[in-house]
Write a protein that binds this ligand. Structure first.
Ligand SMILES: NC(=O)c1ccc[n+]([C@@H]2O[C@H](COP(=O)([O-])OP(=O)(O)OC[C@H]3O[C@@H](n4cnc5c(N)ncnc54)[C@H](OP(=O)(O)O)[C@@H]3O)[C@@H](O)[C@H]2O)c1
Length: 215
């Protein structure tokens, strides 16, 4: 899905050329929805590792569920990849509560993540029970698209809290996520200043009053 694998080739090139020690990186890759059968998953992982030029992934996700998919079969392959040392952790993405519960029952590694859209302006996965289930079952909810929406920047309450703390509205949007138990987030930025701000935002802990204002 990401440039037909070229994103992985580029990352592999950077790792090699910059001589970055493998153990300081946390590398996630995903399985495309059309590759969810047992042997396709095994092959997809091998191909990702080859393109990246590494021996193991840290996290391997099912990118999107597909209607009628054989989740038992998929997890049989995923569990084998963990046993064979091809990935350390497993996860899913865009899974609703029913599919997430089924994944938990099939996953043989102790931890799991569900990567879903979640932000101040998109609370679908808080409203559909996924967030609460993650928080009660030691599953990480990985919030994607945390700052993408224009509404984050333009919201008056977010702006006010940001001003009072001397930070940006985007940092408040990230801190709102990372202040919540079992929630992590993956903002993307091509701008070094934004990248630094996003990292700093992980250290901001919002107060109960601020959280209430953002309800
Ligand atoms: N699992 C899935 O199905 C799925 C779906 C969508 C996305 N994702 C993943 O989620 C991650 C991010 O999602 P996303 O790119 O959709 O949304 P995002 O990270 O919320 O938004 C990215 C946009 O926000 C801007 N931005 C980031 N930090 C900023 C800051 N501090 N100040 C101002 N602007 C800022 C970026 O512009 P600049 O570059 O100019 O900073 C970019 O235009 C990616 O890793 C992506 O692969 C997963």
């Amino acid at each position: 899905m990401y440039a037909g694998g070229h994103a992985e080739e580029l990352l592999g090139k950077v790792i090699r050329e910059q001589h970055i020690p493998r153990e300081v990186l946390f590398i996630t890759s995903k399985i495309s929805p059309e590759h969810l059968r047992y042997q396709d998953i095994i092959n997809s992982c091998e191909n990702s590792l080859r393109r990246l030029g590494i021996d193991y992934l840290d996290l391997y996700l099912i990118h999107w569920p597909v209607a009628g998919m054989n989740l038992e079969d998929a997890f049989r392959a995923l569990n084998k990849l963990v046993k064979d040392g091809k990935t350390r952790y497993l996860g899913v993405s865009n899974f609703n509560l029913k599919l997430l519960k089924k994944s938990v029952s099939l996953c043989e590694t102790p931890r799991l993540t569900n990567q879903v859209p979640y932000s101040l302006v998109d609370r679908k996965y808080a409203n559909n029970g996924v967030l609460e289930y993650c928080q009660h079952n030691d599953i990480l909810l990985t919030a994607y698209s945390p700052v993408k929406h224009r509404k984050v920047k333009n919201n008056k309450i977010i702006q006010e809290i940001a001003r009072s703390r001397g930070v940006t509205p985007m940092q408040i949007a990230i801190a709102w996520l990372t202040t919540q138990p079992r929630v992590i987030t993956i903002p993307t930025s091509f701008n070094p200043q934004h990248q630094a701000e996003n990292l700093q935002a992980a250290d901001i802990v919002l107060s109960a009053e601020e959280i209430a204002l953002l309800m």
